[in-house]
Design a protein. Sequence first.
Length: 584
Amino acid sequence: MNKFLQNTLLFFLLAGLAYGCKTSSKATVSKADQELADSLAIMKRRTNAAMFSDALKEKLAGNDLKAIEKFENAMRVYPDDHASMYELAELYARRDRLSEALVMMQQAVALQPDNEWYQIRIAQLYKFTGDFEALAAVYRQLLKQKPGNIDYFGELSSALLMLGRVDEVLQVYDEIEKQSGVNEVLAMQKHSIYMSRNETEKAIQEIEKLAKSFPFETRYHAMLAELFLKHGPREKALYHYEQILQIDPNDPFARISLAEFYRDGGDENRAFDELLKAFANPALDVETKVQVMVFWFEGQTVTEELNAKADQIAAVLMGVHPQSPRGYQLMADVQMRRQDYEGAKNSFLKALELDKSVFLVWESLLFSIIQLSDYEALGTYARQALALFPEQPILYLFDGYSRYFEKDYQGAVKSLETGRRLVIGNDRLLGEFFSTLGDAYHQLKNYTASFDAYRKALAINPANFAVLNNYAYYLSLRNEQLDKALEMSAKSIEMQPENPSFLDTYAWILYKMGDYQNALIWIEKALNFKTEANPTLYEHYGDILYKLDRKKEALQQWNNAVKTGKEGGSEFLKKKVKDGILYE
């Protein structure tokens, strides 16, 4: 016979006995009733316990819905089942049934007010629902049970902060400090509150308390220094910087802070000395040093004094970080500003030996080489850079320059045409491509393409004086659109009034137009501004003199053109000298 059947039979047997014994005394009946009631209660609790156990198994297996059903059934058998209430509260909350979860926990807490876990769970529900008043009340109750619990103090202070009851929060923090002693988290929270209330002195006292409790922690001295810098007195800031360096003489950040302190006080020499000491410390990474240096020099006018300081920093970086390209890059930048292009070139090359991945270094190297007019080197390094950065259009421009000046005009055109197609959103660069293409196509005698490129360059920048001059000069050589050529040449002279090449172009157009007298005036201006012997200027001067019937003088100028020993004269120059006759 199973237990349920045995219990059922026992129930009915006891019930029959109770009602069948009519001759029993009142006391005997009461005892029987009590025994029956006790037995029924035991049966309910056993049934409830079995159902609770089954429900718990379902919960642990992740079957929340079945678990909820079984816990609810367990409560139907025993409505005061606070353990099922506790479990149901969690399951309801998981399914976003927060109000039902809260009701369950309120009932459980009412039944077991001293149960710590019940209090914690209802507190979580109050937090989820945003009832911070109730949340604070729960933790006050928990603190009565466990007066020294730091976690409960922390939760209480968080609730009070949400309620805006800052004075009570500070009282709680004081109580925590009594229990646990001075600690950073607590002090920083109090510091923040005092700062938000503009109680600066109290805020500083909290950090001073930390510095006193942890005398070898430099961070607290750094914080105090910053506070005194901002709120005064400044002398106390200096004291704390010095304290940091007593604790750790090699602290680079303290050196940087001291440098800023002296600089703000107008003592540039001591400031820079501290900065160099910081940079001499290998513990401070080179990228941080570069960022500090950029900030340090930002907005300052470039002077020789500034360059000298940059020199010193570069020397320190190269010495302390020999495997970093940063020192060489900085040195190269200084050399570029001093127009020491050869030095800059060498420094950029050393930087690239250490790191070839930085495009801006390649670009700067090529700019330094252009200033040296070393077109062979320009081509060599431009092509090395192109192998690494084939998507960078300016590298094709550098390569085009080098090929043009080495008279590889086909190669120049190929590189320039490739590069210009890569230009996006940079009209200035695109204009430079078209300008150089105009020159290269002209050398290939593709005049249509040359003039088309010049027009495109001028459409981008009508004030491009180099294009105005070249376009005008090449038109004059072909005796085409001389009025337009003269107009363009005049514009270029407005912008470059002392450029001998531009003045020569204007004179030559006048010559082509038959205005020899004015042509003479302008060619003599060109010669007055020349800085070096130019065979083209001398030859043009001779041609103009010849047209003015000053043939002896013309021959002398043609001879001057030949004596320069430079390229630039026309194909007829030597014949003019030999025969003393103008050939065109």
